[in-house]
Ligand binder design. Structure first.
Ligand code: PGA
Length: 251
């Protein structure tokens, strides 16, 4: 059985104090959620403080990005060992906003996925089609290609540690959640792509999230689907009650 994983992507939001307040509010609200992994991904500047605030809880810490080199003359970058040093267990890699605004490519995503795994952390690798791609009927090709290139060169042991987030770009921050049946179909396609390259055992074990306007109203239907093992949540993860309801989803 795959353990569900709900991750909050806080994006470029929250000062240190606000970040600590948010996890403090969240902790009692999700105290009963035992069979689900909960990850919060604050900005780099709040990671250390949030890690201090979650020590007495089962919440895990994730970063929103990383660089693949360990150290050196790379001004402005943050390495995976540095993230590990301050308590991160997960790193979001290849979010569409990074692909769109910061020049992330399938190749840099692959480099980052490998660096995260080499340091014993788990990548949450994002894939997803644009509205244009969906309208032109190329969704499946785009998704298969992003998954293949992002996971290129991984061992089966490494592949199983990757969480893949299917995030249709047109559903991110728009309030327009992808239909649960369609989201499940694409997550199934991702799973069969993993099976083709790494075998059925890896595909059966790998966790696939849906992301894109997940709310308390849409989470139960999504999480009831066979190939959806979790959610990557943006806007709703900034409100403790909403994120808690998502963590406490009902199947
Ligand atoms: P959203 O963001 O929930 O605000 O749509 C999801 C994401 O970008 O991970």
């Amino acid at each position: 059985m795959r353990k569900p994983i709900i991750a909050g992507n806080w994006k470029l939001n929250k000062m240190v104090n606000g970040a600590m307040e948010l996890v403090d509010e969240l902790k009692p609200l999700i105290a009963g959620a035992e069979n689900v992994e909960v990850v919060v991904c604050p900005t780099f500047t709040a990671l250390y403080a949030v890690n201090m605030s979650i020590v007495d809880s089962s919440i895990m810490l994730g970063a929103q990005d990383c660089y693949w080199k360990e150290s050196g003359a790379y001004t402005g970058e943050v390495s995976v060992p540095m993230l590990q040093d301050i308590g991160c267990k997960y790193v979001i890699v290849g979010h569409s906003e990074r692909r769109q605004f910061f020049g992330e490519t399938d190749e840099t995503v692959n480099n980052k996925v490998k660096a995260v795994l080499q340091n014993g952390l788990n990548p949450i690798m994002c894939v997803g089609e644009s509205l244009e791609q969906r309208k032109s009927g190329t969704t499946d090709d785009v998704i298969v290609s992003q998954v293949e290139k992002g996971l290129d060169g991984l061992s089966t042991q490494d592949a199983v540690a990757v969480v893949i987030a299917y995030e249709p770009i047109w559903a991110i921050g728009t309030g327009e959640t992808c239909d649960a049946g369609e989201a499940n179909r694409v997550c199934g396609l991702i799973r069969s792509t993993v099976a083709a390259h790494f075998g059925q055992d890896v595909a059966d074990a790998v966790r696939i999230q849906y992301g894109g306007s997940v709310t308390p109203d849409t989470v139960d239907d999504l999480m009831s689907r066979s190939d959806i093992d979790g959610a990557l949540v943006g806007g709703a993860s900034l409100v403790a009650e909403k994120f808690a309801r998502i963590v406490n989803f009902k199947r």
